[in-house]
Structure formats: C-alpha cells, structure tokens
Design a protein around this ligand. Sequence first.
Ligand SMILES: Cc1ncc(COP(=O)(O)O)c(C=O)c1O
Length: 360
Amino acid sequence: MNRVYNFSAGPSCIFEAVLQKAADQMLNYQNSKMSVMEMSHRSKDYESIINECEVRLRRLMNIPENYKVLFLQGGASLQFSMIPMNLMKNKKFDIINTGQWTKKAIEEHKKLGEVNVIASSQEDTFSYIPKVTKEMISDDCDYVYICQNNTIYGTAYNYVPETNGKPLIADFSSCILSKPYNVSDYDLIFAGAQKNMGPAGLTVIIIKEDLIKEKPELPSMLSYKVHADNDSMYNTPPTYSIYMCGLILEYLEENIGGLENMQKINEEKARILYDYLDNSKLFKNPVNKEDRSIMNITFVTGNKELDDLFVLEATKNGFVNLKGHRSVGGMRASIYNAMPIEGVKKLVTFMKEFEVKHHV
Ligand SMILES: Cc1ncc(COP(=O)(O)O)c(C=O)c1O
C-alpha cells in the first residue's frame, strides 16, 4: 500500500515500523492471547508496559532522578489549569506570549490569579521569539511559563530564558523528543503525546519532585501529588496510548540510536525545506531565522488563491495536511520525528515544480 506523506500538526505521522509492530501484536500481545487494549491496567503484563515506557523515556531524555514522570490525560490543554492549581503560592504568573497556545494558557491562568505577560511577539504575528532576560522577571511571580515550540507559527526557543531563580515551566507538546534538551534547565515540562510520542489521549508531565505539594483542596484528578503517589495509576491511565508511546521510544532507542541522532535527522529535514524556501521566488517563510522551528515549518505565497491551489494539488499528489492553521492561513509542513527524510525531499521537488508552473 502506498501511504501518504502526512504533514499534519497533530495527531500526526507515526513510524511505519511502529504501526506494523502494533498491528502484529494487536490480537495477541506477547502470548497473552489478548490485545493491550483489553488488558487490565493492574495486570503484570501492563505493569511492565508502563514501567518500561517510563524507563525508556528517562533514558532517552536523560531525566534526572529528582524529577517525576506522570502519564495523564486531559491533553496539554488541561495543564494550562493544572499547573497553576498545583504550583501557585502568590498567584502571580509571568508568561511569555508567543501565540495561540500561550494565549490559551494565559486565559486559564487569569481564572486563578494575576498574569504578567512579560514579553510578547503578538505585534509581529508571532513570527519571532522575544528575548527574555532576568531583569524582566517579576520578583513575586510563582513561575515563568513558555511554549518551547509554537506549532502554529513555526517558531521555537533556541535558547533557555533566564528566570532569575523562578521555576521555568514549558509546553513541549510539539518538540519533545525532537532533540536532546537539558531537562534540568526546566522545572516542569509537559506535552500532549499526539505529535512525537504517539496517539492522542496521553499527556506526559516531567516535574521536579520538590514542586509536587499536597493540595487537599484540589479535586484528586487535578492533583499532581495524587497522581505521583499512585505512579499515574490513581485511575485507569490511557493504556493503549502509553503502550504506543513505549513502542515509539523503543524505536527511537533501538533504530534511531537516541535523540542526538534524531536531532541530526530533524535538522537535515528542516535544512532541506528552509534552504529551498530561502531561495524560492514563490514561497516565503515568515519566521525570524534565529527562531525557526525544526518541527513546524510555515510558508506562504502571498496569494490566498495560490495557497489554496497549492494545498489542493499537494493533496492530490500524496502530500496531505499542508494547510496552515485556520488562524494564520498559508501552509505549514509539520515534519515531526516520524516524517521520513524522503518525504521532505519529495515535497521540495513537488514545490519546485509548482513554482515553475505558477511563478510569474
Ligand atoms: C504547543 C501546543 N500546546 C498545546 C496544545 C493543545 O494540546 P491538546 O489538544 O492535547 O490539549 C497543542 C496542540 O496542538 C500544541 O501544539
């Protein structure tokens, strides 16, 4: 079967070998004579699936011992509320506004306290990442909040903001596992799984243990402490998504050879597409060069009808989900870990042909 090249921003493509392994194990997981989907989350078989998933994640990301890994649900969006609910003391939050996902986080934080937007790139349609220095941090904020990779605009922090000793909280939904990050630069990292970690339904939280506090006033399901004390088994976790995440982590370790190698591949894919865009007379990437994402690459022709025609013709040729986010228009190629390099090369070839036909 000829599969399409899926440039979706999420849920997005998954390594074909992983899908194949999941298919092979679908009816009978390791001679258990049942599917992982049918398994009790308290069974021995499942216990080893979730444990191995955590071990692999810790190894791949080099997560320090004093960080807890939580496998939760509710999407990345629930974290916009869970983070302040669990971490607030002064109820003051410094947030850097780099687009729709921080705007949503800002709205949720405002329900619980005072938000100080210490920097924003809104005036320039979020085409860059503001430079944050420690002088900008409020003395009494509970933490500083950023979105590490801005899925919609194709921007990313290519530096770690200085926070003047305040905890740094980061939304890693669209860049986790794309390259090695120094986890200890952050106090809490969270990610919806549906880009680089597997199917939707799982949200991963990597949190410094000393931030996990007893919060008796919180509903149990919203408390990090409750989930941490129960090793993410306070209730039924998203069992199949965790199993798929484990298979992806196994693939990253055993077939890719770790995140340094993944980074090389991702940078090469991004280079191929950016090089073409920088030299194209038809397409343009609107993002400040220093702040470019290697995961989501946006481009426009400057003519809406031509953009629409491009998306239509690309789809007919097997390059799907290239339409930009509805809030910004244009095009976006999400080239997460599982997008093969030949997918990007073939897309560029297709774009060149389109340019020859349509550039006047
Ligand atoms: C950076 C970022 N944060 C948060 C979200 C929201 O994730 P969810 O749909 O899992 O709540 C997304 C979704 O695309 C995202 O890209």
